[in-house]
Design a protein around this ligand. Structure first.
Ligand code: AMP
Ligand code: MG
Length: 397
């Protein structure tokens, strides 16, 4: 049997980083920056006022104090956005607003609170050092600086900076295009009535939404029956347009294993991985396109996605691959199969730092998974874990 980490490497090795694309900023959130962002202009672009107040020459207000204020004529009004402000004549003040350009000749701003707020003359009650309340050009970013290095994940602050530097678009690693295909002759669309022996299809939406939550694009193909011809007919026409195919079902040891039957000898290898749930796995390429085949039991499918595909997809897109993992103490004892790395659904109580397993290990208990907030990662050699044992909990909420 393959270990979990061996199969993780096989799956990760199938995916390659998509070529960078230049996208409008509103499409860039959550993507990795594909190239250094070099500032074409400084930020701020010009010296400007940090306060609402009066632009002055520091030497003109040098002696100002509460007992002996300085009175200056107000020669100009400079709101933010004024582009034709004249220079400041010695012995005068310009009323100026936050973000407005400093007039040539002014070297300090006295905020309005230290004045009488006058509009024809202004009475100034405090002196100011040169440079006071002035934001100087380039003090945040100089032209030619690497404002953000390649690889940074673009969140709100990063996108704000890109926009402030005047760039309408940015080079990012685009999302992988992923096809999701469920298999099973028992499957029926939710909303449709069931005959005895049929079930509602649930892996498709579950895996497609997991792909999207990982930051990639997903398309959910209509599920197919356990029929090799139908399987190929669904997949073949779409292969050329995608970066990854994920299937569910049809890979275990029974008969009618459609995915195994269709892909064995076609470049996809079917293996057993020493884990629970999720022992039967497959990975490889079909006509050059990466294919990862997950088991059909819903919990096995989603846990396998978490363990193998989510990190591989994210690292191919330059995003941090791993879930946040915390060490937490078991609030009750737990048994685990020898020789298999077990992923139990769990609930972490953040207040106490303890975890407990949600439901039994079997892989059809979807409700337990849907009400858990972590996966307990129990080592292969663990057999009996006493209450209080520290385990790794992958935070999946
Ligand atoms: P398989 O891996 O195809 O042998 O399926 C294992 C179990 O998972 C069976 O009980 C299937 O009915 C169930 N199963 C497989 N695919 C799906 C699916 N897409 N939605 C819900 N259950 C499924
Ligand atoms: Mg099946």
């Amino acid at each position: 049997m393959r270990t979990v980490s061996e199969h993780q490497k096989v799956v990760a090795g199938l995916l390659t980083r998509p070529a960078p694309v230049q996208v409008p900023l509103e499409q860039a959130a959550g993507r990795a920056l594909a190239a250094d962002l070099v500032a074409a202009r400084p930020l701020p672009a010009f010296d400007n006022s940090a306060m609402d107040g009066y632009a002055v020459r520091a030497e003109d207000v040098a002696g100002a104090g509460a007992e002996h204020p300085v009175v200056l004529p107000v020669a100009e009004d400079v709101p933010a956005g004024r582009v034709d402000g004249p220079p400041l004549a010695p012995g005068t003040a310009h009323r100026i607003m936050t973000g407005a350009p400093m007039p040539a000749g002014a070297d300090a701003v006295v905020q309005v609170e230290a004045t009488d707020g006058g509009t024809t003359t202004v009475t100034i009650r405090e002196s100011r050092e040169p440079g006071k309340h002035v934001r100087s050009a380039g003090e945040d970013v100089r032209a030619g600086d690497t404002a953000l290095p390649a690889g940074v994940v673009l969140g709100s602050a990063q996108l704000g900076l890109v926009a402030a530097l005047g760039e309408p678009t940015v080079a990012v690693v685009p999302p992988l295009r992923v096809l999701v295909l469920s298999t099973g002759s028992e499957l029926v669309e939710p909303g449709q009535p069931l005959q005895h022996g049929q079930i509602h299809e649930s892996n498709g939406i579950m895996l497609a939404s997991a792909v999207r939550a990982a930051g990639a694009d997903a398309e959910q193909l209509h599920f197919v029956a356990d029929d090799v011809t139908a399987f190929h007919a669904a997949l073949q026409p779409r292969l050329a347009e995608v970066d990854l195919v994920i299937t569910s079902g049809g890979v275990s040891a029974g008969a009618y294993e459609v995915v195994k039957d269709a892909l064995t000898g076609q470049g996809v290898e079917f293996v057993k991985v020493a884990m629970q749930p999720g022992m039967p796995q497959g990975a490889g390429r079909l006509d050059g396109v990466p294919v990862v085949t997950l088991p059909g039991n819903p919990v096995s499918s989603l846990v396998s996605f978490e363990v193998f595909l989510r990190p591989a997809i994210r690292s191919a897109m330059g995003l941090p691959p791993g879930r946040h993992v915390v060490r937490a103490r078991l609030s009750e004892p737990l048994d685990s199969p020898a020789g298999r790395r077990q992923f139990r659904r769990g609930v972490l109580d953040r207040a106490t730092g303890t975890v407990h397993a949600m439901g039994p290990p079997a892989s059809h208990f979807l409700r337990w998974m849907a009400t858990s907030n972590c996966l307990l990662d129990l080592p292969e050699d663990a057999v009996h874990l006493a209450e209080g044992t520290e385990v790794d909990a992958w935070l999946i909420d």
